[in-house]
Design a protein around this ligand. Structure first.
Ligand code: MG
Length: 213
């Protein structure tokens, strides 16, 4: 039986975990708020490097920032411990499954006003100030330090022969898949396209059951 971990910030997605008991759910912390305080967001922006800071600042001006949750996402101690686990005990994991919103990224939802990430930057004139898809991704994924750690995790997981999956409730993955692909690829977090799943009307564990049993 393979060994698998499923990271998600919504405990409701674990309710029917009995459907695939060998997949270990791991709950990711978030602020519990659907909208974040502006002062907290502004303070957080200051911690970012220039490109992501400019991108976040633009979203702030456009009132497109409220779903962002600096407290969310797989990070900190838990991410460090997981990296150590994969590094030192690779036999303990075969499959790694991530939720997208506020687990891989730090934002609930994604802006699907353009067909892909590059055209989002273009249509908002952000390319003219030199912003790249990787700046956008670094903002969505919580800054340079966290991105570096995720890159390290990805490298280790693939070196150890582990497969990486995304299961999301974010309808954007179906309607605007290129946004997701470009964001991930721009920061070196590649995932095979067929392993990125929009759950539609199924629960996440119902999807996992179909995929893995
Ligand atoms: Mg989520």
């Amino acid at each position: 039986m393979p060994k698998a971990y499923f990271f998600d910030n919504d405990i409701n997605n674990f309710q029917d975990r009995y459907l695939v008991p060998w997949i270990q759910p791991i709950l990711i912390d978030d602020s519990g708020e659907s909208k974040i305080n502006k002062i907290i967001f502004k303070k957080y922006l200051k911690t970012l490097t220039l490109g992501p800071k400019l991108f976040g600042g633009y979203l702030l001006l456009q009132n497109m920032w409220e779903g962002y949750d600096p407290k969310s996402g797989l990070k900190g101690d838990l991410l460090d411990k997981f990296i150590e686990l994969v590094k030192n005990k690779p036999q303990v994991i075969d499959i790694c499954i991530f939720d997208w919103d506020r687990t891989l990224t730090l934002i609930e939802g994604i802006y699907t006003t353009s067909p892909d990430a590059k055209s989002f930057l273009k249509s908002h004139g952000l390319d003219t100030i030199g912003l790249k898809v990787s700046d956008m991704a670094e903002f969505y994924f919580g800054g340079a330090r966290r991105v570096k750690k995720l890159q390290k995790l990805w490298k280790l997981l693939y070196q150890r022969g582990c497969s990486i999956w995304i299961i999301t409730s974010n309808e954007g993955l179906q309607s605007h898949p290129n946004i997701f692909y470009q964001l991930l690829d721009s920061i070196g977090l590649w995932i095979p396209r067929h392993q990125m799943i929009y759950r539609k009307q199924l629960t996440k564990f119902q999807c996992l059951k179909i995929l893995f049993t």
